[in-house]
Design a protein around this ligand. Structure first.
Ligand SMILES: NC(=O)c1ccc[n+]([C@@H]2O[C@H](COP(=O)([O-])OP(=O)(O)OC[C@H]3O[C@@H](n4cnc5c(N)ncnc54)[C@H](OP(=O)(O)O)[C@@H]3O)[C@@H](O)[C@H]2O)c1
Length: 319
């Protein structure tokens, strides 16, 4: 090949690479610009959403955001008193919206009658009511930043029950409600809260694994609902750090407050992704998972987890 041929070939490869990068970036950025299709799920202005883990953090952020966008909300939690307080706050801020509560300790999901929740939901929304959104938000870990061998048998079970088992059970129970067709448009939407920890983070092994469950569950259910064509859509959220009820860190550009995350998540409905980082700056952070080698990311994660652990130990000693 002559030098001119080489130059032409390399220019063509360079141009193709740049076009591919430009295409990928534009496609990704468009996810954050498209209008939300959430209003399609509440054309009557009287539909219901069910939010798990609704008494604090991101879950309560979802409740506030959904009420502000015209949904009635069923709040799930484990503490009746706290649920009542949150309902009062919502009623004061959104007097035209209806609310209901479901009390269920998800850690104990194996021993309790989970199927009773279906009857409770029917009672709350009434025979003619329409449940069109399920937000599977409840989750977390029992003890932050500890080694697997430091966890007790019940710590392990509790984390699995809270993040994985209950999510699967409540979705199974509420899918028939979401599939009910009403004159006012499409049926229902399932939103599952996963986490960047599903990539597998040290000192969070069980929690990371349960978020892997949520991610794969989301992908499988989305394909199943699409194949069945009953009008239910499914989307999972890849969430980075958020200031919340149990994670009281300082708010920064990369650590939004809970309601901001909920707002971003509802804005992503209809973006065409099965798994999405709903908050733009979390997506920017997540690019590092693609660019940097795993050893480098893990080195950073280990440092971060050790500093979280040191803070937890310091605050325990000062109590
Ligand atoms: N915050 C973050 O940085 C972050 C990052 C990635 C993913 N996420 C995910 O986002 C979701 C929400 O996290 P968050 O930080 O907002 O949580 P949070 O502030 O700790 O709130 C958790 C909610 O779940 C409820 N809950 C806890 N244990 C329960 C149980 N055994 N039975 C029933 N309800 C229970 C809590 O009730 P009480 O009010 O009674 O405690 C509260 O309403 C989780 O799935 C979490 O894994 C969070």
């Amino acid at each position: 090949m002559s030098q001119t041929d080489w130059t032409t070939s390399l220019s063509a490869i360079g141009l193709a690479t740049l076009s591919l990068i430009a295409f990928k970036v534009t496609r990704q950025v468009s996810v954050y610009c498209l209008p939300s299709s959430l209003p399609r799920y509440n054309q009557s202005g009287n539909n219901w959403a069910f939010v798990t883990g609704a008494t604090d953090g991101i879950g309560f952020g979802f409740c506030e955001e959904l009420c502000s966008r015209g949904f009635n909300v069923i709040l799930h939690g484990r503490n009746q008193e706290k649920l009542n307080r949150r309902v009062q706050e919502l009623q004061a801020a959104f007097p035209e919206r209806k609310t209901g509560v479901v009390v269920f300790d998800v850690v104990d999901v194996v021993n309790q009658e989970v199927d009773r929740i279906a009857a409770q939901v029917r009672d709350i929304i009434g025979a003619q009511g329409k449940l069109s959104l399920l937000v599977n938000n409840v989750g977390g870990e029992m003890r932050p930043a500890v080694m697997l061998r430091e966890l007790s048998s019940s710590d392990v079970d509790a984390t699995i029950n809270m993040n994985a088992r209950f999510t699967a059970q409540i979705t199974r129970l509420l899918l028939p409600f979401l599939e009910e067709r009403h004159e006012d448009g499409p049926s229902g939407f399932v939103m599952n809260v996963s986490s960047f920890s599903c990539f597998g983070l040290p000192y969070l092994s069980i929690y990371s694994a349960t978020k892997g469950f949520v991610t794969t569950f989301t992908r499988a259910l989305e394909a199943e609902c699409r194949a069945e064509g009953r009008g239910v859509e499914v989307m999972g959220l890849l969430v980075g750090e958020v200031r919340s009820g149990s994670y009281k860190v300082e708010e920064t550009l990369f650590i939004p407050k809970a309601r901001t995350l909920a707002q971003a998540a509802l804005n992503r409905i209809g973006c065409g992704r099965v798994m999405v980082a709903p908050y733009f700056w979390h997506w920017v952070q997540s690019v590092s998972f693609e660019i940097f080698p795993r050893w480098m990311l893990m080195k950073f994660s280990v440092e971060k987890m050790k500093s979280i652990r040191a803070n937890v130990e310091k605050s325990q000693k000062s109590k």
